[in-house]
Write a new protein. Structure first.
Length: 285
């Protein structure tokens, strides 16, 4: 039976650390604050927003929601994003994406100041992540995976890590963060030949595919550590969600595995808060 690498103990430890750091900032008259820019009212965005509010409250941070109608014009949204960016009381910015199709999202993302870009929405932040410049915030999900790997003492130096998925939100930055820790990284995608074989060769497997339970028994071997980043509507249980890994098939084989729910997803929101606290600390330096 594999060890379950749960997210909650990691999030609890992070919360304890953040409470102290927020306290120290408050003693200097500063309250770390996140500005959340939302266009429309997508239920997934509202769910995440609720989690951010609760987690921010839990660590003593402030937040402000900037809500805009679905049909907002390009110029108006640009003006609004610039205003949030210029607000010195706001240290971190999260903008829900994708934006409605009539908007030039690339342009709007570029208006977020890099030092407040706590979820890597801008090319400036992505560039810093790829250049190992620690002043750039990587996206929260791969950073949450790294925090979990550290918390559970998973050695990375010299280890073969396969990442399935090459998005800018998870796969690619995940690979860069693993390289920083001297792992030997293979990035796979929909055109990878013999995917199951490449996955089974790894010491650590990170699944960020977006396909429910795609990673099955054939993709793993004994002794592996499996990180499941997937959050998918569960086709077998309406109203529930599942990971990219077929947990029941994989868990009896591997050494350690993150569950879904209760794994990486439980650390992502507090990671956003951590980045905002770090941004606040850095903006005072
Ligand atoms: P994405 O942008 O859709 O990217 C999926 C990646 O998987 C792509 O690179 C794609 O390859 C690859 N892929 C798709 N089908 C494949 C197949 N049959 N074989 C091999 N590779 C395949 O998704 P994402 O935004 O990175 O998200 C990935 C998963 O993580 C989703 O389940 C998402 O819900 C979840 N997620 C979780 C969190 C969290 O907080 N835990 C946050 C963000 C995302 P190509 O590039 O060739 O198309």
């Amino acid at each position: 039976m594999a060890e379950r690498l749960r997210g909650k103990p990691v999030a609890d430890a992070m919360k304890e650390d953040l409470l102290k750091r927020v306290e120290q900032l408050k003693a200097k008259g500063l309250t770390p604050k996140i500005g959340i820019i939302r266009v429309g009212a997508n239920p997934d965005d509202l769910f995440y927003e609720g989690g951010i509010k609760k987690t921010s409250d839990g660590v003593g941070m402030a937040y402000e929601i900037f809500e805009h109608p679905e049909d907002i014009g390009q110029e108006e949204l640009e003006k609004a994003v610039r205003a949030v960016g210029a607000d010195s009381a706001i240290h971190g910015i999260l903008m829900f994406a994708p934006l409605p199709k009539h908007l030039d999202e690339k342009k709007i993302r570029s208006l977020i100041p890099v030092e407040k870009d706590v979820d890597c929405m801008t090319l400036g932040s992505a560039g810093k992540v790829f250049a190992d410049d620690v002043t750039g915030f990587p996206p929260c999900t791969p950073t949450a995976c790294m925090e979990m790997l550290r918390f559970y003492d998973v050695p990375l130096k010299g280890k073969r890590v396969t990442v399935v998925g090459r998005s800018m939100v998870v796969g690619k930055p995940m690979a860069m963060l693993l390289l920083r820790e001297h792992a030997t990284v293979t990035i796979c995608h929909s055109r990878t030949v013999d995917l199951a074989k490449v996955c089974a060769e790894a010491d650590i497997l990170v699944a960020a595919v977006g396909r429910p339970r795609m990673i099955g028994r054939d993709y793993v071997r004994a002794g592996q550590i499996v990180f499941d980043v997937g959050i998918n509507a569960d086709p077998d249980n309406p109203g529930k969600y599942c990971g990219d890994v077929d947990y029941d098939a994989v868990e009896p084989v591997v050494e350690k595995i993150t569950p879904v729910p209760g794994g990486v997803g439980s650390v992502t929101t507090i990671m956003l808060c951590k980045h905002t606290v770090m941004a606040c600390e850095m903006q005072q330096e």
